[in-house]
Design a protein around this ligand. Structure first.
Ligand code: CA
Length: 230
C-alpha cells in the first residue's frame, strides 16, 4: 500500500515541487494551505506522515504540531517541520513539541525524501515494542504488566502502569499533559484540575521507580518524556 503524506504549506510552488517528487517516489500526497484544514485532514485521512511548514497563515506550524500531538487520533503521525529560519531555537521548540525531524529551506527534494523515508522507518520500528523492556535498572514486562527496579518488583496502580507504557511507547518524544489525559483517562477537554492529575501520577510513578525513573521520565514545560538512553 502506498504511504500517504500530508503536505501543509501555503506556497504553491513548494507544494507542487513536493507533490511531484513524492509521487515519483511512490507516495500518495494530500495538501493543505493552512493549519485548520490540515488538522481536519489529519483526522479524516490518517496520513502516514505530515510535512509541516512553520510559516503558515493563521495558526503557525508550531501550533499545528502541538494540536496534532495533543489529539490521540493524530498524535502518532510523524511530523517533519519545514522552515525558512535556521535558528537553533526554532529547531528545539519544534522537536520539544513532538516533531520528528526538521528541514531548513531551501532544501533539495532529494534531501526531504530521504528524511521522510528515515522517519517512516523509525516510526515503524517504534510500533513494534518488545514484550520486555530494559533500560538501565528498570525492567518493564508489558505482557505480564510487571515492573521491577534492579530486580525488585515495584507495585504500580493500573493508571501508573498505563502512564509508563504510554511514555515508553513514545520514547524520546514529549507527550503533553492533554494528550496523556486523553490517552489514559479518556478526558477529551482538559481542565486545569484534570491536567494536574497527570502531574500527580507522574510524581508518584517517579517516586516508585526511584533513581531509574528520575533519569528516564523527564519533565518538560509542556509535558513528559521517556528517554531510553542509558
Ligand atoms: Ca509557508
Amino acid at each position: 500500500m502506498k504511504e500517504k503524506i500530508l503536505i501543509v504549506e501555503d506556497e504553491k510552488d513548494i507544494v507542487k515541487m513536493l507533490e511531484y517528487n513524492l509521487k515519483k517516489e511512490g507516495f500518495k500526497t494530500l495538501s493543505d494551505r493552512n493549519g485548520e484544514d490540515a488538522l481536519d485532514s489529519a483526522k479524516k485521512e490518517h496520513p502516514d506522515l505530515v510535512v509541516l511548514d512553520l510559516m503558515l497563515p493563521g495558526m503557525d506550524g508550531f501550533e499545528v504540531c502541538k494540536a496534532l500531538k495533543a489529539d490521540s487520533k493524530t498524535s502518532a503521525i510523524p511530523i517533519i517541520m519545514l522552515t525558512a529560519k535556521s535558528q537553533e531555537s526554532d529547531k528545539v521548540v519544534g522537536l520539544e513539541l513532538g516533531a520528528d525531524d526538521y528541514v531548513t529551506k531551501p532544501f533539495s527534494p532529494r534531501e526531504l525524501v530521504a528524511r521522510i523515508k528515515a522517519v517512516l522507518r523509525r516510526a515503524k520500528e517504534k510500533d513494534k515494542l518488545p514484550p520486555i523492556i530494559k533500560v538501565g535498572g528498570l525492567t518493564v514486562d508489558l505482557s505480564k504488566i510487571e515492573v521491577a527496579v534492579k530486580g525488585k518488583p515495584v507495585e504500580l496502580t493500573s493508571k501508573e502502569f498505563e502512564l509508563l507504557k504510554t511514555l515508553i511507547k513514545a520514547r524520546g518524544r514529549v507527550l503533553s499533559r492533554d494528550y496523556l489525559l486523553d490517552a489514559i483517562w479518556g478526558f477529551d477537554q482538559a481542565a486545569e484540575i484534570q491536567t494536574r492529575t497527570v502531574d500527580v501520577h507522574v510524581r508518584t510513578l517517579r517516586k516508585k521507580l526511584k533513581g531509574e525513573a528520575e533519569r528516564n521520565v523527564t519533565v518538560k514545560n509542556y509535558g513528559y518524556r521517556f528517554d531510553d538512553e542509558e
